[in-house]
Ligand binder design. Sequence first.
Ligand SMILES: Nc1ncnc2c1ncn2[C@@H]1O[C@H](COP(=O)(O)OP(=O)(O)OP(=O)(O)O)[C@@H](O)[C@H]1O
Length: 688
Amino acid sequence: MKILTKPRGAMASSAIAVLFFLIVNQNNRKFKAKNDQNVTEKTKKAPKKVGVNRDFLAQCKKIFPIIFPKLFCKETGLLASLAGVLIIRTYLDIWFSGFNGMVVKSIVSRKRQDFINLVVFTFGLMMWPMSITNNSLKMNISALSLAIRNRLTKHAHNQYFKGITFYKVANIDNRINNADQLLTQDIDKFSDTLSHLYSDTLKPIVDIVLFAMKLSQAIGAEGPLIIIGYFVSTAFGKNILYNHFNIVEALRVISPPFGKFTANEQKLEGEFRYTHSRIITHAEEIAFYQGNKREKEVANKSFDKIYRHVQQVYRVHFMNGIFDSVLVKYLATMTAYYLLARPVLDPRYATKYMGEFSSDPTKIMEDYSRNSGYLVNLSQAIGRVILAGRDLTRFAGYTSRVAEFFEVLESVNQGRYVRSMVGKDSNGIANSEKSKVQVVSKNDLNGKIVVQNKIIKFENVPIITPNGDILVKELNMVVEPGMNTLVTGPNGCGKSSLFRILGDLWPLFGGVLTKPSPEKLFYVPQKPYLAIGTLRDQVIYPHTSSEARAIGFNDEEIFKLLEAVKLEYLVVREGGWDAVSDWADVLSGGEKQRIAMARLFYHKPDYAILDECTSAVSVDVESIMYNYAKKCKITLFTVSHRQSLFKHHEYLLRFDGEGSYTFGKMDHPDAPDPFGFSHGKSRFTEKK
Ligand SMILES: Nc1ncnc2c1ncn2[C@@H]1O[C@H](COP(=O)(O)OP(=O)(O)OP(=O)(O)O)[C@@H](O)[C@H]1O
C-alpha cells in the first residue's frame, strides 16, 4: 500500500501550477520581439479542483441567478409544483404501506370479501391518483430541466453572439476548445442533472420526515433514530476516513472524485465530436488525398481516450458500488430486521402498532408488513440522500464546465484573452517547461479606434498576432476613397492579419486606427461562407429577405447582381430563388467566389477587402467583376498574387516578411512583378 504524504489531487494541481507559472516569450519566429508594454504574460493560479467545494459554491452563485432571475418566475414555479407533487407522492406511499398491511391481513385471516373490497375497489380507485402523481413527477422534472436549459442556452447565445465573441473564443482565446459541445451537450446535462438532483434530494427529505414520524408511532422513536443514525455515521465516517486520514490509495474506492471524472469525460467527448465534425467539413479534401486510414487512426485515438477513461470510471464505480452496497444496503437491512422484530420478540419494546401482547398473529402480520413498508421507504430515502451526494459531485463536474464557459465568454466580451502555448526547445521539440500563458487584458490594449467615414488611416499601428508575435512594428498609411490598393508579400507576413485588425477581429495593441463604421467595410474571403437557406439568402447574407425588401431589393434587383458576376443561370439551374440546398456542396469553387462578389455588390460598402477572393474565377469574369466594383464606387483592398489584377489598382502595399513594408502609388499599373520582396527593383515612388 502506498502512503501518500499529500492528497493526490493536491499533488496533481501543484504540478499543473508549475506549468502555468512558466512564462517566457520564446523567440521561435524569424522576426519576433517581445512587446513589453502591450502584451502581458502572467503567471496563473493552479486550476480549480473539480468537486463539491468552495469553487463549486461560487460557480453555483453565478449560474443560479441566470436560471432563477426573479423570485417569482416560471422556474421557481416549477420548483414549487415539483415540491407539491413530491409531497403528494410521499403521502401515497404511506397510504400504500398501510394498504399493503391490510391486504396481507385479509389473506392471512382468509377474509375473501375484505380482500376483494381492498384490491378491486380501494386499489382500483387509488391507482388513478397514483398513476397521475407518478407521471406528473416525470413531467415536472422534464419541464424543469428544459426550462433550465432554455435559460442557460439563451444566456450563452447572448454572450456567444455578442459582436464576434464566437470568433474570439475559437481563435484568440484558447481556454475553451469545444464551444459546440458546451452549448449543445454540457448545458443539457447540467440542466438534467440539476432537475433530477432537486427531486432526488427533496423527495427523500420529505420521505424521511413523514416516514420517521409514522415509524416512531409504530416501533418507538428509537427505531427511526437508530436507522438514521446508522446511515449518517457511515456517510460521515467515510468522509472522515478519506479526507482526514487520507492514508491509502485504496481509500479512493470509498470516495472517488466523480466530479473530476465527469468534467474529463465531457472534455474527451467534445474532442471526439470535433474530430468527426472536421472530417465532415473536409470530406472532399480527405477523400482526394485518400486520407481515410489516417483519419481513422486519429478518430480511433480520440475514441480510445474516452474508452479508457470510461473504463476506469466504471471500474471505480464497481469497487465503490460494492463498498456502498454492503454499507448502505445490506448492513442497513440487518439493522432494519432487528428493529422490526424487537417489539414482537421483546415485550418491553411493544407498541399499539407492533407486538402488543394481546395481538393475534394476523394483526402482527399486518403490522409487520405495514411497518416494514415504512422502514424500507425510510431506508431508501436516506440511501437516496447519500447517493445524491455522489450525484452532487457529478453535478459539480458539469457545473465547472458550464461556469468556465460563461466565465470565458464574459472575460472575452470584456476584452480579456488568455492563450496558453506549448514552448519549444532549441531543437524545436515541444517543451512543457517553456510553455507560457499569455493574458491580454483591456489595459494592455493601447490602440485607439476612431470611426470616420470615407477614410482608412493607420497611424503607428502594430500588427501583432494573438500569440504576441509582431508581424509589423508600426504601420502608417492612409487610404482615401478611390485609392484601390493591392496588398502583396510572402506567405505568413501578415496580409490577412492587417484586415483582421481592420475588421476588429484581432485586438488593437497600439496606435490610432481611423476607419468607417462596420457596415461601410466589407470583407470577401477566399473561401466564402455560404449560409443555411435559400439561393436568395446567399446573395443578401447576413440580411433576411424582409431586410432586403426594406432597402429596395426585390428578386429582379438581386438577379441583376447575379448578372454582374455572370451567375444568372443559377436561378434556373437551382430551381428558383427559394431553392434550399447545401450550397457549399452544390456550387463550384469559382461559383462560390462569384456569389461572394454578388454579395459585395448587394451591400455596396465604401471599402472592400478582397482576400484572394477571385483565385478560382476565370480572368475575364474577374475583370468584369472588378470593373463593376469600381462602377459601384467601392474602394478595393486586394490581397492577391495574380498579375491580372494589377491593372485594377493604383496603390501597392508590400510587406517584405521581415517586419517592414512599403506603401505607395504604382508607377505603371500594368508593369509586371510588384513582388519585390524577393527580387527585382522597387516599384515605389514613396518609401517608408
Ligand atoms: N488566430 C491566430 N492566432 C495566432 N497566430 C495567428 C492566427 N492567425 C494567423 N496567425 C499567424 O499570423 C501570421 C500571419 O498570418 P496571415 O494570415 O496574416 O498571413 P498572410 O500574409 O495572409 O499569409 P498568406 O499569403 O499565406 O495568406 C502567420 O504566421 C500565422 O501563423
